[in-house]
Design a protein around this ligand. Structure first.
Ligand code: TXA
Ligand code: MG
Length: 312
């Protein structure tokens, strides 16, 4: 790990770095001025709290006032990995991180570069390294698109998961999923031997428990819609994403067939969104999922696509 990036953080700057989910925009969790730069760089509303990234479960005790036994079991099972836990916060945790809430979100990312970096810098707060409103970055070039060629970024290839971490509130029982992700409800229940609240999409009028979920995210400039029953792919200005391409159609540059590989579809979703905008594609049609409840990953994928559709 080149020291220049560690130096930037120690001197109160921000650096983009890879995680297994999406690229993060990191600043020291103990430096309010540095954290303010994150909000400025992204154009992020300050009522949207940030996730603290740690390099070991032990580091959680600097932030969490209480760590329930079930949370310890989840950390043992899934950390490092794409699971963010929300704890009651210690009073030392900066208000700018939590947007004034009495809870704090913490996760230990799985990418070796992220872990090595955090070991050198100490805990980092890091939202996704995109301009607010754009799809989260899953490749270093996505960060450069949003923040410019000269922006400090540690390059670590394409992200393995491709959507943001699952956010689970463990500060109250029953635990509740605020943001669905790669680690799903069944993965969690299997470890804690208790039922949790599944993710409930919030109505616009609800006061969201997780402030970030009220914002439209993940949206390309292209219009995104579910493929209509009798919509036929016409290869003009539309990108078609199929999880199962009907037999009478052939895949092409504009017609993508994932052959039922939903993990790959998840990994590529934001890159497809961004690439469509670069290619001047006007709309993106996505084949609807059938029986979402049978496949937990589809709940997360469906959530991100629905949010991109909801923007228009
Ligand atoms: O995978 C990820 O989680 C990525 C990578 C970089 O680690 N980070 C990420 O951060 O997606 P961000 O800031 O884009 O999303 C954080 C989410 C938001 O929806 C926010 O509202 C929620 O976590 N959150 C953070 N602290 C919270 C808290 N104390 N209570 C409820 N929700 C919280
Ligand atoms: Mg984000």
């Amino acid at each position: 790990m080149p020291d220049i990036y560690t130096d930037i953080i120690i001197k109160g700057g921000v650096v983009a770095f890879p995680t297994e989910t999406v690229y993060g925009l990191g600043a020291s969790a103990w430096n309010p001025e540095a954290i303010r730069k994150i909000f400025e760089t992204k154009g992020r509303p300050t009522d949207n709290p940030l996730i603290v990234h740690v390099a070991s479960p032990e580091m959680v005790s600097d932030f969490a006032a209480e760590i329930p036994d079930e949370a310890t079991a989840l950390m043992e099972a899934y950390w490092p990995g794409p699971l963010t836990l929300i704890f009651k916060k210690k009073k030392e945790v900066l208000d700018i991180i939590t947007a004034g809430l009495d809870t704090v979100a913490v996760r230990m990312p799985k990418h070796p570069i992220a872990l090595a970096f955090i070991r050198q810098t100490g805990p980092l707060v890091a939202p996704s390294a995109n301009t607010s409103g754009k799809p989260s970055p899953t490749k270093p070039e996505h960060v450069t698109e949003d923040f410019g060629e000269d922006f400090p970024i540690i390059r670590g290839g394409a992200c393995q998961v491709g959507i943001e971490s699952t956010v689970l509130d463990v500060s109250e029982k029953p635990f509740e999923i605020y943001r669905p992700g790669f680690i799903n409800r069944l993965d969690i229940e299997k470890i804690i031997h208790q039922e949790i609240h599944p993710y409930r999409p919030h109505k616009k009028t609800d006061k969201p428990k997780s402030p970030g979920m009220k914002y439209t995210h993940y949206s390309p400039d292209a219009e995104v819609h579910w493929l209509g029953d009798d919509e036929k792919p016409e290869e003009n200005n539309t990108l078609y994403l199929y999880h199962h391409l009907p037999d009478d159609l052939n895949a092409s540059k504009h017609i993508v067939d994932y052959h039922g590989d939903f993990e790959q579809m998840t990994r590529e979703l934001y890159d497809r969104f961004r690439q469509a905008d670069k290619d001047n594609i006007h709309s993106i049609a996505i084949q609807q999922f059938i029986e979402i409840s049978d496949n937990e990953l589809l709940i997360a994928l469906n959530n991100r696509i629905t949010k991109a559709i909801g923007k228009k």
